[in-house]
Design a protein. Structure first.
Length: 238
């Protein structure tokens, strides 16, 4: 069974790719599985309490996630002035320093669909959590749930399972996609097999390591570049 929910973007979307730095941040087009699972876990803790976190973590970790990309994406890019911590080896007494940073923001036209595959008992609990989510990715990337989530037996046409190709440490391909459709390749992070609730909990000293706790997959989204200029790129869903 699949649990399907449709969200309407009501603000600009921004979520940095994993390789981005604090001064050079390109954005993804869609929220990653890591961001979606973490949003569900956050909703469970806010509504059910911290004691429900471990159970919710196990429940969210086991579901497969698919997305229905919005019809159009316009990515705007700009340079902006930001403050960042000053290096400790400088002689200045000021804690922060001014610098220039590159930023991208995505305007999404059309609804974003999310679908979750799993046991019907788990999906019934996820259904209640989807009502509590109002943003994905960077705080301020607001979404509004359009209709109550519904159960369907098959994944509707147009949805893309957010699973792709995972490079291993020796640069070989550990898993190949069954087909190679046309589109835009995006690096998306997901919960890894070594991740635990203690590592997700920001109030513990446990650290999340890339490649074990946080894995990166390359997902092909059905978009093509339709128009671009110095300040924006316009993509259409194929």
């Amino acid at each position: 069974m699949w649990l399907m929910a449709m969200y309407q973007p009501v603000g600009l979307f921004s979520l940095k790719v994993g390789e981005a730095t604090s001064t050079g941040a390109k954005t993804l087009f869609l929220p990653t599985p890591f961001a979606i699972r973490t949003a569900l876990l956050d909703a469970a803790i806010r509504t059910r309490g911290l004691e429900a976190g471990t159970e919710a973590f196990e429940m969210v970790r086991d579901v497969t996630i698919a997305a229905f990309p919005p019809k159009q994406v316009v990515v705007t890019n700009l340079f902006t002035k930001v403050l960042k911590p000053r290096r400790s080896d400088t002689e200045s007494e000021e804690a922060m320093q001014r610098t220039i940073a590159f930023r991208e923001y995505a305007y999404l036209t059309g609804a974003l669909g999310l679908a979750f595959e799993g046991d019907q008992t788990i999906l019934s609990q996820l259904r209640e959590l989807l009502y509590q989510i109002n943003y994905f990715g960077k705080r301020g990337s607001f979404f509004q749930l359009l209709t109550p989530p519904e159960l369907v037996e098959e994944l509707p046409e147009g949805f893309v399972v957010l699973k792709g190709i995972t490079p291993s440490n020796d640069e070989s391909i550990s898993r190949q996609a069954s087909s190679f459709p046309l589109g835009i390749i995006q690096p998306m992070d997901d919960w890894g097999p070594g991740l635990s609730f203690e590592k997700v909990n920001i109030y513990t000293d446990e650290n999340i390591s890339l490649g074990k706790d946080r894995i990166r997959e390359y997902v092909i989204l059905p978009y093509r570049l339709a128009k671009s200029s110095r300040s924006f790129s316009y993509y259409e869903r194929m």
